[in-house]
Design a protein around this ligand. Structure first.
Ligand SMILES: [Zn+2]
Ligand SMILES: [Zn+2]
Length: 83
């Protein structure tokens, strides 16, 4: 059987102005951030603020090993907080 893992992101939203985050563009696609775009940062490197979906792509492309490590790390731990 193939085991399927999903990657949990924090569910809360934190409104920030582009002055707070110090950039007007997404560091992945270089497009201008628009009002109420979903953004996040990479937990594996210091690339900076990206669109949420750009970050998914970035992390899947650049940090496969990091994800695998994370999955291994949590393999045998049930998610107590969410049960
Ligand atoms: Zn982007
Ligand atoms: Zn990264």
């Amino acid at each position: 059987m193939v085991s399927i893992s999903v990657l949990w992101r924090e569910a809360w939203l934190k409104p920030l102005s582009i002055y707070d985050i110090g950039t007007k563009v997404c560091k992945f696609c270089n497009r201008k951030l628009r009002n109420q775009d979903f953004v996040t940062s990479c937990e594996f490197c210091e690339i900076g603020i990206m669109h949420d979906n750009c970050a998914n792509e970035h992390i899947l492309n650049k940090h496969k090993a990091g994800i695998r490590k994370k999955i291994e790390l949590h393999k045998d731990k049930p998610l107590h907080d969410f049960q």
